[in-house]
Design a protein around this ligand. Structure first.
Ligand code: DGL
Length: 251
């Protein structure tokens, strides 16, 4: 069984890619909605939440942890990974692979304030891709919109336009450095136009999970969903978001 966690619904964008790539695998998805948004919290608190989430997933006997929260990966890149028996697939490393595959040298990364403050994306991309030019922009307004299901309409478009106004005009690629953002893709595409490639690290993340587990791991394709927040609201949000992402929720 694969374990995944995020602060909330954003991690479902990773789960959706995993489900497409590994339909038979069993998964346990934890949303720490009691603490969402992570991105506005101090680093020390985020490190403690990461330690707890990894310990909890390990206690559920997961075989691997497929990270679905960039903010937690950024904290781990900066301060070191807390102990985990299960191997961890890091989203920022997957993002670096995706950017390298895209061949882009002028790259924007949008992420939470905590991720941008940690500087982890810039450090990782510069270390792995010679000559790359990286601009990191915090987008704290977007996670609350996605958690509230307000992903269509004017507010979402205006919030995306506001973030994009801080990006350089000559970008080749934009990386979603937060798993909540890919559901806003139609807005990013409309605001930035076809000249900017939109990179979701979850695609490579799912590919790396398949490499680690083998292409057809045993399982029934079941996903168990757990939240530290309101269970009923979570369940209906999961159904809504997974159907928007074209994935059928597990029984
Ligand atoms: N979706 C998470 C990420 O990828 C966390 C967003 C938040 O809670 O601020 O960073």
């Amino acid at each position: 069984m694969i374990g995944c966690f995020d602060s909330g619904l954003g991690g479902l964008t990773v789960l959706a890619r995993l489900r497409q790539r590994l339909p038979a695998v069993d998964a346990l998805f934890f949303a720490d909605q009691a603490h969402v948004p992570y991105g506005d919290r101090p680093h020390a608190e985020l490190l403690e939440l990461l330690r707890k989430n990894l310990a909890w997933l390990n206690a559920q006997a997961v075989d691997a942890i497929v990270m679905a929260c960039n903010t937690s990966c950024a904290i781990a890149e900066r301060y070191g990974w807390p102990p985990s028996r299960a191997p961890i697939i890091d989203l920022i490393q997957s993002a670096a692979v995706a950017v390298e595959m895209a061949g882009s040298k002028r790259v924007g990364v949008i992420a939470t304030a905590a991720t941008v403050g940690a500087g982890s994306y810039g450090r990782t991309l510069r270390a792995q891709i010679p000559g790359i030019d990286v601009v990191e922009v915090a987008a704290p307004a977007l996670v609350p919109l996605v958690e509230a299901g307000r992903i269509e309409g004017r507010d979402a478009r205006a919030a995306v336009a506001e973030v994009c106004a801080h990006l350089p005009l000559d970008l080749e690629s934009l990386v979603y450095g937060c798993t909540h953002y890919p559901v806003l893709e139609p807005h990013f595409a409309a605001v930035l136009g076809a000249g900017v490639a939109l990179i979701d690290p979850a695609v490579v993340q799912a590919e790396r999970a398949a490499e680690m587990l083998g292409d057809a791991p045993a399982g029934t394709g079941r996903t168990t969903f757990v939240t530290s927040g309101d269970e009923r609201a979570f369940r209906s949000s999961v159904d809504r978001m997974l159907s928007a992402l074209s994935v059928t929720a597990a029984p």
